[in-house]
Design a protein around this ligand. Sequence first.
Ligand code: 7RM
Length: 620
Amino acid sequence: MQKYDYKALYQRSMDDPVHFWAVQAEKYIAWYQPFKTVLTGDFEHLNVEWFSGGKLNACYNALDRHLPTRSNQTAFLWEGDHPDQSLKLTYAELYNEVCRFANVLKKFRVKKGDRVCIYMPMVPEAIIAMLACARIGAVHSVVFGGFSPESLRNRILDAECKLVITANEGLRGNKIIPLKKNVDEALTECPSVESVIVIKRTQNSVPWDDKKNHWYHDEMQTVSADCPCEEMDANDPIFILYTSGSTGKPKGILHVTAGYLVYVTMTFNYVFDYQPQDIFWCTADVGWITGHSYVVYGPLCNGATSVIFEGVPNYPDFSRYWNIIDKYGVTIFYTSPTAIRALRREGDEYVTRTARKSLRILGTVGEPINPDVWQWYYDVVGDGRCQIVDTWWQTETGGIMITPLPFQTPLKAGSASWPFFGVKPEIIDTHLVITKPWPGMMKTIYGDEKRFADYFKKYPGTYFTGDNATCDDEGYYWITGRNDDVLKISGHRIGTGELENAFLENHHVAEAAVVGVPHDIKGETIYAFVTLQGNVKPSDELKKELIQTVRHAIGAIATPDYIQWAESLPKTRSGKIMRRVLRKIANNDLKDLGDISTLADPSVVEKLIKDREGIADAHI
Ligand code: 7RM
């Protein structure tokens, strides 16, 4: 257990942030050249910069600097989809693989600043590829392997990636994911991509283009294991990661090297009370920010030993997570409320038949955790003896922002509790905002300064999180959910605009409006109001077809649960869809529809309310 006084340290971080962060930056990170200023700029001018003048390399911090003391220590314990498949990588081995792959990237003419797309299953090569990019100063853009070819293509195009790294196939819950096939489909319209490097994960063969496609394992034979790190400026990009906003187009959140690295390294250390003998396991996929910050950079920069898992919580059965914890002696376990809810539903026996004696800290992230579910996690998974950290943060924030600190913060079930050091939250009209810069914050939205500026517009001088929250009289924050058109479905962030565009890809659809409704396991799910083209008849067959349309456009994470046919949608006289009203109808919250005096045609609402009755049980 670490010894410090949260309140005193927090106060110091507020009183003198410059001194506070200078100390942390020197403590957690190795620099080629020291920074000249700690913090310049502000939210008003959109010009915040951390640690300017400093030079460093993220891969050096993750690997090289540990070699003198930890070369034989395990960096990753990889558990494959099937329990019989596993692999161990020491820091020296990981270093060696990363250097080689960095040389492969160079051979493919990838240079500092170039963007590289990584579309991979959870295999060590995904992490090797990320670190190899960081080593040579290339900017990785990891796209979650569950995304469709079309989503992948849009992300490749937006970032103008030069190279794609994928696997022939992925494996999840004994099901095959056709990654290379998806890449081929995506690349039909991606002129910037010169080459695709393919990891052989399964024995099955896939279509092959000799000019463009290259086997990872063959390429690795052709290069040396000697590759110096590129010395990066503090504010050089480290990666782009796409996330959903309220409009149709995902945003390329761009993080820069120094601030991001300082912040994730320090938060990992404190939030998980990391000790050298710990075995850490974060179940997130590297396709999400949680994977970037707390599978890759945070743990490695602390020299930690982590489990990484390719599979799913219910294969071969619902004990899988707890078996993995016992197999590797996991001490710190970090997962999502949606996974906890799904496992809780199956009954305690799947948990209680395992030992879980090694556990000491349990974490959650991604959505609010309801107090009952929190209690089950505490009592049944943690046997009433583990600290729970409910961590609130976002792709944009880079790292954990509001969280209990183990053995410091008295726990309250369902509250993310207190801000991390240096973080100053505030609640304005139920909206959660952050009023001071912190090192982990994004630098910009790639290629879209305007959308970056939008975060700082609503309440000038503050960062607008898009979440609602309350704060109790002991300073505990309770995050209640989003206040924009962003859904969290099984913890996956998806914009209603993207979903509506996806519906429109079906030529039978004239118009679609999507809202979120609560779901026992997923937390939130998709409720769509769909207007068909004049000559098209509604049918259950067509509903099934539309579900496929959306899955095809975005991926399986975006499967609609409810579709309601709508002859027309409620609109204002200027033609704007009144989503607020639709949200109430979908949620059967009809007592007070709010101000509907601007509706062009009030009868539309009555009709939708009447038809809603039939939908209540039509859970597909
Ligand atoms: C890490 C991540 C961000 C959104 C955020 C919230 C929600 C995340 C919590 C939470 C309540 C939490 N990044 N969220 N953590 N809500 N309690 N502990 O999830 O960019 O994908 O999503 O997730 O709405 O704004 S994300």
